[in-house]
Design a protein around this ligand. Structure first.
Ligand SMILES: Cc1cc2nc3c(=O)[nH]c(=O)nc-3n(C[C@H](O)[C@H](O)[C@H](O)COP(=O)(O)OP(=O)(O)OC[C@H]3O[C@@H](n4cnc5c(N)ncnc54)[C@H](O)[C@@H]3O)c2cc1C
Length: 539
């Protein structure tokens, strides 16, 4: 069945899943295997989620393909042929489509359909889920597989509508692509999407002006085609590798550091940082020493080292200065790039530091800062997402007594394990706030959550139970634990989207769980083993 064929929407199912990215696809497969009837609603016209929407030039994953892939089907692992170390967006989308075909997923996915509201109906003990097309579906279980980075964000500046040229957001890139040849391009934002797209756009455009509020730390990806021998080796050892992923801190096995950055000589430290830089792996960089995430002085050694690297590559010292971040390494999402810093040596690429000359407005002709107007033919917004909570609160979710999720979370998201929220029975979130999510290789975290949710539904059905809901006490304790762990780290020191700092008015709360994928999984397994401790289960 093609993605564009319209499927009739059923009136009543066991489970409604929102989103057909990696989360929704695997959840659909798992729940169907358990004999449940499932309908998935997806706003896009095909599967793939992030990799369906983010088609900007240079878009790539920064976890290696042989690690950023499903583990639930050994046959799939063996038969699929990845091409590159860090696959491009088209390659990942191809993989998602292959999975959809292979497991015949599309027949239960309703595409081009945004879910607008979901209400818990106490008497029926079911969710009533409504879509933008006026469909209403009843379901015993309601799962938001809507992604941490799917609610895109435009900057809050006046005049967005006045620009006469073409505008694009990296997360809604046209399927047919954009031709920058001969164009003057203004690009706003230097997070991952900006860092990946700037070198590619610079190659094509006549002139590129980049507007930067906060610089990123970026490491050269050293991407390359995968060698047949390394593919064969991984395929031969996949089971052990997957287990190591699950037990690791970030869903990517690394050599665990044993030394503090402060206990080695400057020369020794330089060698270690250089090796991480050469490896083209973010986790290698972040795992060089035991205390980069927790100790300011230790982190400063990495910061100084990277600043030096930037100055070695970028020839204009003022531009290099502007590209050097002032926050601790790793506390905002670091980037992997291909030729990012080198691009700043091109005469046709210009940096505008918005900290010095703030953005004032978008005009008919381009972008105006406090200093001057920059004329452009095209504006690219690489301004990211209302991360982690945006896609959840965009849906009018009403739990017990009509209580709104959005209002309940006004001071910041409150969940138990990032899986459920008190007052919202039989509703689950995949990689919700309060779980490792964006601090991990997300496919590993997605699979763990999907397996856990599938397990709890199996448990309810086997035991003849009707509802499950996080208790307020367990939720309070978990929120306190998430904050306590974040408090041991340097994460809260950066104005990052982890903290909600990129969205004006959003509460500053560190949203993901920083305790590590392995420890977190253990906790979730223990909760399940103790009869879903911290959840109230009813008949
Ligand atoms: C540019 C970019 C680069 C990334 N790089 C990495 C990386 O290197 N490593 C990594 O681990 N992760 C990375 N991520 C995170 C990535 O989002 C996850 O790895 C993963 O793809 C998430 O899958 P998902 O299914 O949970 O969510 P998504 O892929 O975001 O899918 C959610 C889907 O839900 C749909 N949806 C949302 N709301 C509604 C609604 N109300 N109604 C209907 N449909 C709805 C959306 O259309 C979307 O298709 C990146 C994200 C981005 C944006």
């Amino acid at each position: 069945m093609s993605a564009s064929e319209a499927q009739p929407t059923p009136r009543s199912v066991d489970a409604v899943v929102v989103g057909a990215g990696f989360s929704g696809m695997y959840l659909l497969h798992q729940l169907r295997e358990q004999g449940l009837s499932v309908v998935v609603f997806e706003a896009g016209t095909d599967v793939g989620g992030t990799w369906y929407w983010n088609r900007y030039p240079g878009a790539r994953v920064d976890v290696e393909s042989l690690a950023y892939s499903y583990s639930f089907s050994p046959d799939l692992e063996q038969e699929y042929q990845w091409e590159e170390r860090y696959p491009t967006q088209p390659e990942i989308l191809k993989y998602a489509r292959h999975v959809a075909d292979r497991f015949d997923l599309r027949r239960d996915i309703v595409f081009r359909t945004r879910v607008t509201a979901a209400t818990w109906e106490e008497d029926a003990g079911t969710w009533l889920v409504r879509t933008e097309h006026g469909d209403a579906v009843n379901a015993r279980f309601f799962v938001m597989a809507t992604g941490c980075l799917s609610a895109s964000k435009m900057p809050e500046i006046p005049g967005l509508e006045s620009f006469k040229g073409a505008t694009y957001h990296t997360a809604h890139w046209p399927h047919e692509g954009v031709d920058f040849t001969g164009k003057r391009v203004a690009l706003i934002g230097t997070g991952s999407s900006g860092v990946q797209s700037i070198p590619v756009i610079a190659e094509q455009a006549a002139d590129l002006t980049v507007f930067q509020r906060t610089p990123a730390y970026s490491l050269p990806a050293r991407n390359r085609p995968l060698r047949p021998d390394e593919i064969a080796e991984r395929k031969a050892s996949y089971r052990a590798y997957r287990q190591a992923q699950r037990e690791s801190a970030a869903g990517i096995p690394v050599t665990v550091p044993t030394k503090s950055a402060l206990e080695v000589s400057d020369a020794e430290r330089d060698v270690i940082y250089e090796a991480a830089w050469e490896s083209g792996s973010l986790v290698n960089l972040l795992s060089t020493f035991t205390d980069l995430a927790t100790d300011q002085a230790a982190n400063d050694t990495a910061k100084r080292w990277i600043h030096r690297k930037i100055h070695e590559i970028v020839k204009d010292p003022e531009v290099a200065d502007d590209l050097c971040p002032d926050y601790p390494v790793g506390t905002k999402r670091p980037c992997l790039d291909t030729g990012y810093y080198e691009t700043w040596n091109r005469p046709d690429v210009h940096l505008v530091n918005l900290r010095r000359t703030p953005l004032v407005e978008i005009t008919e002709k381009g972008v105006r800062t406090a200093e001057r107007e920059y004329e452009a033919d095209i504006i690219v917004y690489a301004t990211g997402f209302d991360a982690m909570t945006g896609a959840l609160t965009n849906v009018d979710i009403r739990g017990r007594d009509g209580v709104s999720l959005k209002e309940t979370w006004q001071a910041g998201p409150r969940t138990y394990l990032g899986l459920g929220s008190a007052g919202f029975p039989n509703m689950f979130m995949i990689t919700g706030p309060g779980s490792p999510s964006v601090l991990s290789n997300m496919v590993v975290s997605i699979e763990q959550h999907v397996d856990w949710v599938a397990g709890v539904i199996r448990h309810l059905d086997t035991e003849g139970l009707r509802t499950i809901e996080a208790t307020p006490q367990a939720q309070d304790d978990w929120v306190a634990h998430v904050n306590e762990i974040a408090g041991y780290t340097l994460y809260p020191k950066a104005n990052s989207w982890y903290m909600g700092a990129n969205v004006p008015g959003k509460p500053r709360v560190f949203m993901p769980y920083a305790g590590g994928v392995g420890a977190y999984r253990k906790r979730c397994d223990e909760v399940a083993a103790k009869g879903y401790e911290g959840f109230a289960l009813t008949v």
